[in-house]
Structure formats: structure tokens, C-alpha cells
Design a protein around this ligand. Structure first.
Ligand SMILES: Nc1nc2c(c(=O)[nH]1)N[C@H]1C(S)=C(S)[C@@H](COP(=O)(O)OP(=O)(O)OC[C@H]3O[C@@H](n4cnc5c(=O)[nH]c(N)nc54)[C@H](O)[C@@H]3O)O[C@H]1N2
Ligand SMILES: Nc1nc2c(c(=O)[nH]1)N[C@H]1C(S)=C(S)[C@@H](COP(=O)(O)OP(=O)(O)OC[C@H]3O[C@@H](n4cnc5c(=O)[nH]c(N)nc54)[C@H](O)[C@@H]3O)O[C@H]1N2
Ligand code: SF4
Ligand SMILES: [Mo]
Length: 704
């Protein structure tokens, strides 16, 4: 019996894995303070990923006939030769690395080091860019530091009011819903902002249902009302912030009737929201992907933070702004250097002092470290193009399904000279690879992850991996060795963590006081933790914000439209998101029979009025067309969505792949693509009404 953590989302629910007669089984761990024993269906069924037959057990290399099994020596030699050859012919930046927010801290750290030291390439980024990068950029600008939640999740139950913006934890983090229920039991109120009446919105005291892409105007409208109705905290603004004059001016230009016209949210609901938010001494704004995955996501989060600052709801106990980070290690994965502009510990690749410190830890000359490289979408869009990346290593992502404008990105992947994919399963991206390296997964290996609260956790190995697989760390070790680096890339996670501690010492995300033993003894430690005797930091900003002057900054953004708004040819909004029983690109969860039975395939959610206008009934096949492509999926008719908007989950490949439609317009600061808003046309498909076509015949969906 081993205590460990879930393979999926950023709650990192504590679980216990027990193997009886060779069959592993998981149960929730009551003592772990975040989930307190609860697991969602994905967590409950996660042991299925360990079963024989689900996962890869031998390296694969591509010959003229397709992928065939190979030895590790052959596979690693092929990848290393492609990397060396590409760098010699096209320069080091033509070799690229694409990482993932599901990777442990140790893997993310070593991957970043591998790119900068062994490959000497600037071309490294990761899927977290598609996830919380806008919230991270906004938090850094406002507070001087980004940690998704600057307080433990349990504080949510004890504040007075929570505005939950574009987050659907009832589907995406079910065990966290208990804190929302407890909030209401304690007399607090919940406001949910979502174009759909989700299962989360059903729990709310007030549900605002804005047009997709208008959250920025909504936040400014609420700030306008806070000013007009006398809810400012002038003393807090004077003592702890800068930039209020501009923020005030931005809000004054967004009077309630203008905001109603932009967002579709009636003025009385705006007034009710600001009344609930300001009538108690403590309140919070939490955002997730709804307002963040927009081409103005950074400005939008900035506007919600401005509302918190102006009303004194930040940097105080039980108050503040937080982002619900998504992936298993979405937090730690964004701190340790797999991001294009970053060195471990949240240091900047462009900061001479940071370069000198890290170069010292790595034993290289600071001048030898590359500079910042392209962001995730820009990196993927450069594949096989003149001046772009020609050999790519993917570790922990499945962009064929999850990248915006996915047909374009799939073509780009096909244009590479060489694609290597490290994965547990044969994902749709791995299917395109020249070399597939089968790696160990969560319960087969040990490593640390940092959950959405900034709590550093130890995920312990609980079962032996099948013969034939190696860890991601071993893969990096083997490749580095072939590239001439016989030291500096250990395969042992605790050894990597020891180096990570040294690398992050003195940095914003300081892990130097954290050790495996200490995490085990305390069931998690919050960073920053600068010394072994330091208690860790569950709550940030209570005395000062992280800017040099200790003050938070207002950002004073103005509303602007989405990059693509509906018009005559594409008259509807499309937004995309998640369902409870599938995870991300589905590479893992589509292989779990219970989950595939619960959520067998894509669908298009549309309002009954829209359905009537189109002559469509529930279950009819629809085509949805954007400027980038067309998908086919059955209709799900529901009054829970706005009549001008359709919704698709993005978990499946094939003809219902939502990302064939999405718009890769990027936020100018965070480089986040606009997954949550594009313009589409919806038609009844010229095919008979067959419900059975919804379910893929087999849980293992292959082909793209
Ligand atoms: N079951 C499941 N759980 C997951 C995941 C998963 O794939 N499946 N993934 C994990 C990861 S990596 C992440 S990032 C999180 C994501 O967690 P969430 O952000 O909660 O998930 P989403 O469904 O992407 O988006 C949330 C809501 O935003 C709404 N929305 C769409 N457009 C807009 C808009 O313009 N404005 C506003 N205000 N809302 C809008 C959608 O209707 C949706 O209900 O979930 C994590 N947990
Ligand atoms: N339309 C639309 N698209 C979206 C979103 C949206 O809301 N709408 N959300 C975006 C968001 S928030 C995210 S986070 C991305 C996620 O999308 P992806 O980056 O595709 O994430 P996953 O599907 O989790 O892919 C992880 C892959 O890594 C493998 N894997 C798991 N653990 C390990 C490991 O330890 N090592 C290695 N080497 N491999 C591992 C899995 O099997 C899987 O194939 O999707 C984005 N795409
Ligand atoms: S909520 Fe997230 S961490 Fe918890 S069991 Fe479900 S997928 Fe796993
Ligand atoms: Mo995410």
C-alpha cells in the first residue's frame, strides 16, 4: 500500500494505491487536506492506465513500412543523430523541445536544462502556454509574482463571496466543489460567470451569462459600479497599490449600460454582483480558462485583479485573486524552465544575474545559455518551415488534438525532418513520430509536483513499471550522453530535485528548503520555502506584494473585441472546454473503458431556439464550420447555453476534433491562443440521424 497522487489535474488528490493479486486499485486518502478522501471518476479509475495492453512497452521507430519495435539503443541513437545532424546543418535553434504541464518538477527542470545545455537551443516551450499563461502574466504584472492560488483552497470556504469566472469545477475539479458548498453553508455567496449554465453555475446564488469574450468589459463594468456606489477601499489603494488614476479612468469609460450592450449581462445583475462582492469584508475572484483563453486574456485577468485591488480584496486574509491552474503540475511545470523565456525558480532567461546563477549551478558559461525562444503555438507553427524547427522532441503533450487550428499544426508536424515523442501511450501525436519512446507514468515513478495552491507534493512510485519502459529522466540522460554530456543529467529524481533546490535558491519560486523527506512528513510544503527550517508560505502578499516597492500595480486595460467576431458567413460564437469523464486530448482517459462509456465522443451543445431555426433535433448530426475547418458531431440541445453560442468539448481526435475550428489568434503578452472564442456556421449534416455513430467502437481511438 503506497500513498501517492492522481495522474491527472492540478488538485493532485491524495490517493492510496493497493495491489491485490497483481491488480492495482486506488482509494482517496482522507488525511490529504485538498480532497479529503474524495476522487472524481477519472481518479477512481486511474489504475486502469497501469493495466497491461493499455500502455506502450517498447520503443518504436519508423521505417518505410511504418512504426516497428526497436531496442532502446537504436531508438535513442536515432533521436540523438537527428538532433546532431539538424543542429549541424541548420543551427541549434532548428532542434526544438515541446514539454508539458503534467511533467513532474524534476522532468520539467531537466528538460529545460537539456534544451539549454545539451542542445543549446532557444526553441523550447510547452503546453502550459495553452493553459494558464494569461493568468500568470497578469499576476506577475499586478503582484510581481505568479502563484495560481496565493492561499490554500480551503480558504475559499471561509470568505464572504466568490466570483468564479469561466471555471467549471463541477466537471473539471469535482472534489473542489465541496469548498463552494461550504462557502454557502457558512453564509457566503457564489457568483458564476459563464456563457453556459453549467453544473457549477447551478450551485451559484447568481449566474451571469455573458457573450464569450466579453469578460474584460464585465470586470470594468463592475469596477465602475464599485466606484459609483462608494465601495472603494481608499486607504488600501493609497497604502498598497500604484496606478489607480489610470484604472479609474478605464473603469469610468465602462458605464453599466455600455457594459450590458457589450456583454449581454443586464444592469440589475451587474448591480447585484457588486453588492454581493462588497457587502462582506472578505471576497475573492477566481478565474479559469473561460476568461483566460482569449486573445486578450492577460488584460482580462488584469481587469478582475483591478477590481480586487480597488475594493481592498487582495493581500489580506481570506481575500484575493486566484487562478485555478489546470494540469497535474500546471504550477510547478511553469516554474522550472521549460518555458521559452525562463530559467528554474521563475528566473528570467533575459536577466543577467539569473543567467549567472543558473550557469553556475549548471557549470557552463553564462554566455553559452541561449536567449528566449518562440511561444508554444509559434514554435509549432514554425515546424518544417524555413528558419523554423526541423527536429522536435515532444514530452508530455498531444498537440494533434489539443493545439488550436489543429489541422495546420498536424501538417506542420508532418513537415518535420524528425519527430520524437516520449509518451506512455500511442497518442495521435506519437502516431506521426519517427521515434516513440515509451516512458514510465505516475504510479510507476517518484517525483514532485506543485498543485494549484503552490503546495509541493511527493508522488511516490507504487508499482513496478513493465519491462521495456524507461523514465523521462532516463531518456534525457541517454540523449544527453549521446550528445556528449556524460554528467549533469542524472536519472534519479531525488538527485535532480537536489539540484533544483540549488538552482531555485533565492529565486521567486524558492524550493531550497524543501526535501523529499520533509514533503513526506508534512504531506506537502508551500513555496517559497528558502531554508530547511522555514515553515513554507501558504499565504502570499499579506504584508507586501512582490514588486520591489512592495505595492501591487493596477493595469487599467480597455475592452476590445475578440480576434474573430460573428458575421453573416459565420454567425455564431463557438466556445470549447471540458467534460468530467475525459481529460485533455483524451490520450489517457479514452483508454479507460468506464470513462469512454460515460463520455463516448464529441458533441455540439446548442440552444433549443437555435436548433429549431436550423431544423435540428437532439442527436442529429451537425457540421460546424469556421474559417479554419469543418467538424461533424451530434447535436446536444439544451437551454443551458446562450442562443447565439455553441459549445464543443475538445477531447477527441477524428472528424469531431474541436480544434479543427479554433482560432490561433494570440494574446500579445502571454501568447495564449483564443481557444474560447471564434465564429462558426452550424448546419444539419447531409447524413441520416444515427445516434450510434457517436460512440467510437473502441476505447483506443487512433488516426487523426
Ligand atoms: N474532466 C476534466 N478535468 C480537467 C481537465 C480535463 O480535460 N477534463 N483539464 C484540466 C486542465 S489542464 C484545466 S486547464 C482545467 C480547466 O478547467 P476549467 O477552466 O473549469 O474548464 P473549461 O471547460 O475549459 O472552461 C471553463 C468554462 O469556461 C466557460 N467559457 C467559455 N467561454 C467563456 C468566456 O468567454 N467567458 C467565460 N467567463 N467563460 C467562458 C465554458 O463554458 C466552461 O464552462 O481543468 C482541469 N481538469
Ligand atoms: N479547444 C480547446 N483546446 C484546448 C483547450 C481548450 O480549453 N479548448 N485547453 C488547452 C489546455 S488548458 C491544455 S492544458 C492543453 C492540454 O493538451 P495536451 O498538451 O495535449 O495534454 P494531454 O492530453 O494531457 O497530453 C499529455 C500527453 O502526455 C502523455 N503523458 C502523460 N504523463 C506523461 C509523462 O509523465 N511523461 C510523458 N512523456 N508523457 C506523459 C499523455 O499520455 C498524453 O499523450 O489543451 C489545450 N487545448
Ligand atoms: S479532481 Fe483531478 S486530481 Fe482529483 S481525482 Fe479528479 S482528476 Fe484526479
Ligand atoms: Mo490546462
Amino acid at each position: 500500500m503506497t500513498d501517492t497522487h492522481c495522474p491527472y489535474c492540478s488538485l493532485q488528490c491524495g490517493m492510496r494505491l493497493r495491489t491485490t493479486k497483481g491488480v492495482p486499485e486506488v482509494t482517496g486518502r482522507d488525511e490529504f487536506p485538498v480532497n479529503r478522501g474524495a476522487l472524481c471518476g477519472k481518479g477512481q479509475t486511474s489504475a486502469a492506465l497501469l493495466a497491461p495492453g493499455v500502455r506502450l512497452t517498447a520503443p518504436l521507430v519508423r521505417d518505410a513500412d511504418g512504426l516497428r519495435e526497436a531496442s532502446w539503443e537504436e531508438a535513442l541513437d536515432r533521436v540523438a543523430a537527428a538532433m546532431t545532424g539538424t543542429a549541424e546543418t541548420h543551427g541549434p535553434d532548428a532542434v526544438g523541445v515541446f514539454g508539458g504541464g503534467g511533467l513532474t518538477n524534476e522532468k520539467a527542470y531537466l528538460l529545460g536544462k537539456f534544451a539549454r545545455v545539451a542542445l543549446r537551443t532557444r526553441s523550447i516551450d510547452y503546453n502550459g502556454r495553452f493553459c494558464m499563461s494569461s493568468a500568470a502574466a497578469a499576476s506577475r504584472a499586478a503582484f510581481g509574482l505568479d502563484r495560481g492560488l496565493p492561499f490554500p483552497l480551503a480558504d475559499v470556504a471561509r470568505t464572504g463571496c466568490v466570483i468564479l469566472v469561466g471555471a467549471n469545477p463541477a466537471e473539471t475539479m469535482p472534489p473542489a466543489v465541496r469548498y463552494l458548498r461550504e462557502l454557502r453553508e457558512n453564509g457566503g455567496t457564489l457568483v458564476v460567470v459563464d456563457p453556459r449554465r453549467t453544473r457549477t453555475a447551478e450551485l451559484a446564488d447568481l449566474h451571469l451569462q455573458p457573450l464569450p469574450g466579453t469578460d474584460l468589459a464585465l470586470a470594468l463594468g463592475l469596477l465602475h459600479l464599485a466606484i459609483a456606489e462608494g465601495h472603494l477601499d481608499e486607504a488600501f489603494i493609497a497604502a498598497r497599490t500604484t496606478g489607480w488614476t489610470d484604472a479609474r479612468a478605464a473603469a469610468m469609460a465602462h458605464w453599466p449600460e455600455r457594459v450590458e450592450a457589450l456583454t449581454g449581462v443586464p444592469v440589475p445583475q451587474l448591480r447585484d454582483t457588486i453588492a454581493l462582492f462588497t457587502r462582506t469584508p472578505h471576497s475573492m475572484v477566481l478565474t479559469a480558462r473561460g476568461p483566460e483563453q482569449q486573445s486578450k486574456g492577460t488584460a482580462t485577468v488584469g481587469a478582475w485583479i483591478d477590481l480586487c485591488l480597488a475594493t481592498g480584496r487582495a493581500g489580506r486574509p481570506l481575500s484575493g485573486y486566484g487562478c485555478l491552474t489546470g494540469q497535474g503540475n500546471g504550477q510547478g511545470g511553469r516554474e522550472h524552465g521549460q518555458k521559452a523565456d525562463q530559467l528554474p525558480g521563475y528566473r528570467s532567461l533575459e536577466d543577467p544575474e539569473a543567467r549567472a546563477h543558473i550557469a553556475g549551478v549548471w557549470g557552463v558559461d553564462p554566455g553559452a545559455l541561449p536567449r528566449s525562444g518562440p511561444s508554444a503555438y509559434e514554435l509549432l507553427d514554425s515546424l518544417g518551415q524555413p528558419g523554423g524547427v526541423r527536429a522536435l522532441l515532444v514530452m508530455g503533450s498531444n498537440p494533434v488534438v489539443s493545439a488550436p487550428d489543429a489541422a495546420r499544426i498536424t501538417r506542420r508536424l508532418g513537415a518535420l525532418d524528425h519527430l520524437a515523442v516520449c509518451d506512455v501511450v500511442l497518442s495521435e501525436t506519437a502516431l506521426l513520430a519517427d521515434v516513440v519512446l515509451p516512458v514510465t507514468q505516475w504510479a510507476e515513478e517518484t517525483g514532485t509536483l506543485t498543485n494549484l495552491e503552490g503546495r509541493v507534493l511527493l508522488r511516490r512510485a507504487a508499482v513496478a513499471p513493465p519491462p521495456g519502459v524507461r523514465s523521462d529522466l532516463d531518456v534525457l540522460h541517454g540523449l544527453a550522453q549521446r550528445l556528449g554530456h556524460t554528467t549533469g543529467f542524472p536519472g534519479d529524481p531525488e538527485e535532480v530535485f537536489a539540484e533544483l533546490r540549488r538552482a531555485t535558491a533565492g529565486a521567486p519560486a524558492d524550493y531550497s528548503g524543501i526535501s523529499y523527506d520533509r514533503i513526506a512528513a508534512e504531506d506537502g510544503v508551500f513555496w517559497p520555502c528558502p531554508a530547511p527550517g522555514h515553515p513554507g508560505t501558504p499565504r502570499l502578499f499579506l504584508d507586501r506584494f512582490a514588486h520591489p516597492d512592495g505595492r501591487a500595480r493596477f493595469t487599467a486595460p480597455s475592452h476590445r473585441p475578440a480576434a474573430e467576431e460573428p458575421d453573416d458567413a459565420y454567425p455564431l460564437y463557438l466556445t470549447t472546454g471540458r467534460v468530467v469523464s475525459q481529460y485533455q486530448s483524451g490520450a489517457q482517459t479514452r483508454r479507460v473503458p468506464e470513462l469512454t462509456a460515460a463520455a463516448p465522443g464529441p458533441y455540439v451543445e446548442l440552444h433549443p431556439d437555435l436548433a429549431t431555426g436550423l431544423g435540428v433535433r437532439d442527436g442529429d448530426l451537425l457540421t460546424v464550420t469556421s474559417r479554419r475547418g469543418t467538424v461533424t458531431a451530434p447535436a446536444r440541445v439544451t437551454s443551458a447555453i446562450r442562443p447565439d453560442t455553441v459549445f464543443m468539448p475538445f477531447h477527441w481526435p477524428g472528424e469531431g476534433r474541436a480544434n479543427l475550428l479554433t482560432n490561433p489568434a494570440l494574446d500579445p503578452v502571454s501568447r495564449m491562443p483564443e481557444f474560447k472564442v471564434c465564429a462558426v456556421r452550424v448546419e444539419k449534416a447531409a447524413l441520416p440521424r444515427v445516434r450510434e455513430t457517436v460512440a467510437p467502437a473502441t476505447p483506443v481511438a487512433v488516426g487523426v
